[in-house]
Design a protein around this ligand. Structure first.
Ligand code: EPU
Length: 450
């Protein structure tokens, strides 16, 4: 298990390259289970979550090759397996993305329920409701979803839930519907760019899909999906994290390749805090965003919402930024109202944060000071790393495996920008040799230490 040791209070400046989107790559990789031919992907990030899904896909009969860095060729070699085992699914919730494609192509799927999560309650009832509406017989037994259908049937269905639509639920139902008989209309579909990217990949495979990026997606089922070559979109959450790295360290970073249209809400909120955001073209000719910190950050109020709102996946990083902003900020998360475990750790770095239900109130402080902190989930780790970059002194962020699930070598990227982040093994060293001591001294020590 690794940790980061960060020497803070350094301006980050320069150029950074963003990897392909984790949350687009995962359902796209799973979609190969619905296709006959090879799926050749580029800009696949090299991440722990991608490796976890590859292991699962291999148990489901998929052969994978990496012809070059960030490229992935996938092909289904056998369509017999249909069980996604608990030991593999529990490592990563996005494993649930295999449910729809397996069911649609193999007629049956047995997928472990993903289990608990540090960012709040994460049911999959909407996934199951959508697949049941397509005619699947679904039951949950011994911790597994067992789904069967000779052939799915197109229908109209509604995917809205108490916190908006569902991103991976829309991915599951949309992929399954591509092979259903007749037309499916998904109302209250998720509009996130990652869903659109999956839809575009499915279209290349031969699916007939309209309305991507809107809450109403229409799918005309086809008999088979073929082959495709697809480039995964740039990771908008990593882009936002790097923009915040510039803002929180008083720096200036050019980030490429980016899709500015995926980041409108994030840019707007950063501009409200005083950050200057400019569009430009990177050295490689690809679209870039340049974030420049203001002399002083200004407090603001923000709410994380489904796309095109501010992503919940940037809420923690924005909170880290607002810890340094002059005035009182209010941050609410309407997608995951319990996603606040980072707040207590930010307080360890000197932040002033009070949480009330789905909202946190942040009193900006002029300086943060380095401390030992513990990452609780992927985006919380990013927030702690950002705060550590801005803090005076040394910050140690433990359980960096959370960060590695979703950011490709973030430490190296930050160091190229002038950060000083050292990765090291956090396993406890060997216990010191036992020395027989004076039992009276030992008793005195215990009494003093409480
Ligand atoms: N929800 C339900 N029922 C469902 C599904 C979801 O009530 O059947 C609720 C959830 O509890 C939550 C809300 O609906 O309150 C949205 O959940 P959603 O299903 O959209 O989340 P997800 O698909 O499981 C994806 C991302 C998350 C991201 C969310 C929201 C992937 C692999 N994961 O999760 O990413 O936070 O959408 O945008 O795409 C991350 O990358 O750090 C991450 C957690």
């Amino acid at each position: 298990m690794d940790k980061f040791v960060i020497e803070g209070d350094r301006q980050l400046t320069g150029r950074a390259r963003v990897s392909g989107s984790k949350n687009a790559a995962l359902p796209i990789m799973a979609a190969v289970l619905a296709a006959d031919g090879p799926l050749q992907l580029s800009a696949v990030p090299d991440l722990a979550d991608v490796h976890s899904l590859l292991r699962l896909l291999e148990t489901l009969g998929v052969h994978a090759e990496r012809p070059a860095e960030n490229q992935l060729d996938l092909v289904v070699e056998t369509t017999q397996p249909h069980v996604a085992d608990y030991d593999l699914v529990r490592r990563m919730r996005a494993s649930i993305c295999v449910l729809g494609p397996l069911l649609a192509r193999r007629g049956r799927a047995c997928v472990s329920l993903p289990g608990g999560c540090n960012i709040g309650h994460r049911p999959i009832d909407l996934h199951l409701k959508g697949l049941a509406a397509l005619g699947a017989d679904i039951r949950v037994e011994r911790g597994y979803v067992i789904a069967q259908a000779t052939r799915l049937r197109g229908t109209s269905l509604f995917l809205g839930g108490p916190y908006g639509s569902t991103v991976t639920g829309t991915c599951n139902v949309m992929t399954a519907a591509t092979l259903a008989e007749g037309r499916t209309v998904i109302e209250a579909a998720a509009c996130e760019p990652e869903v659109v990217d999956l839809g575009n990949c499915l279209r290349q495979l031969g699916a007939k899909i309209e309305g991507l990026g809107t809450p109403r997606i229409e799918i005309d089922g086809v008999d088979r999906l073929g082959t495709a070559q697809h480039r995964v979109i740039p990771d908008r959450i990593e882009t936002a994290t790097l923009m915040i790295a510039a803002a929180i360290t008083g720096g200036h970073i050019e980030i490429t390749p980016v899709r500015p249209d995926h980041l409108v809400a994030v840019c707007e909120v950063l501009e409200r805090t005083g950050v200057r955001i400019e569009r430009s073209t990177g050295d490689d000719g690809l679209p870039a965003l340049v974030a420049t910190a203001p002399a002083a950050l200004v407090a603001t109020t923000l709410t994380a919402l489904p796309y095109p709102g501010i992503p919940t996946d940037v809420q923690a990083q924005l909170m880290a930024l607002l810890c340094r902003a002059e005035g009182i900020s209010v941050v609410t998360d309407k997608v995951f109202p319990d996603r606040f475990l980072h707040a207590a750790e930010l307080v360890r770095l000197g932040a002033r944060i009070v949480r009330e239900g789905p909202t946190a109130v942040i009193h900006g402080v002029p300086r943060l000071s380095g401390a030992n902190v513990m990452a609780s989930d992927l985006r919380a780790s990013a927030a702690l790393v950002l705060a550590g970059l801005a803090a005076e002194g040394t910050t140690t962020v433990r359980r960096i495996y959370h960060l590695d699930r979703g950011y490709q070598r973030l430490d190296e990227k930050l160091n190229r920008l002038g950060g000083q982040v050292t990765r090291s093994d956090d396993r406890p060293g060997p216990a010191p040799p036992h020395r027989a001591g004076d039992p009276r001294k030992h008793a005195r020590r215990l009494a003093t230490n409480g």
